[in-house]
Design a protein around this ligand. Sequence first.
Ligand code: APR
Length: 226
Amino acid sequence: MNIAVLTGAGISAESGLKTFRDSNGLWEGHDVMEVATPEGFERNPDLVLDFYNQRRKQLLEVRPNEAHKAIADLEKDHNVSVITQNVDDLHERAGSSKVVHLHGELLKVRSTGDRNDIIEWRTDLIVGDYCENKHQLRPHIVWFGEEVPMMEVAISIVEKADVIIIVGTSMQVYPAAGLIQYASEVAQLYFVDPNPSLHTSERILVFSEKATTGIPKVVAHLNMLN
Ligand code: APR
């Protein structure tokens, strides 16, 4: 089967990474408009780069959890594509081989001059770190107000999916939240989230629980379908 897995911050919560919308609009103590917009970066590049340096450090200290692993294991029997809103690399570290990052990747940086000039970078980034063409480097992250270049790829994965599993997302941020509109009419949909924004219907089976317990239930249900 073709399986598309759409994940948000909730899948990494049990690895120790905080979700976005459970802390009064603040993100590690910062207004998102300060640290996750191009305008914020222009106003205070030191603050923004330091914010991502801290997040990178935190990411390197955590590990994938059982939910990431269960999703990677689905590849033994199915053609699985993960579409994630997360900028962490926990799906890859768990063993998923096809991961589309809608909102960029924390462990990569790129030139502010040319968005295709992407470099792997695992340490700190500071003001004055330039690309070969002398442009400041920035995190390879899609900030609010910026284009989501991977959307086309994500849409085509969703259109072809027989099964769509949505995990740990508040479904509030577009265009990612609109992806399920592209699901085929016969696709089986699952949603795992302790505080789900969708209800069980003919189309979608909702498990109101954490990813590490909910994903194994989805897998058990899938095995029954086979
Ligand atoms: N397992 C599964 N889901 C969980 C868990 C868990 N252990 N803990 C929390 N959740 C759920 C919450 O109930 C919530 O629905 O994860 C969801 C997290 O929602 P958000 O914080 O809004 O994260 P997300 O949907 O990924 O946000 C989308 O917004 O800030 C931007 O670019 C950022 O990619 C992010 C986007």
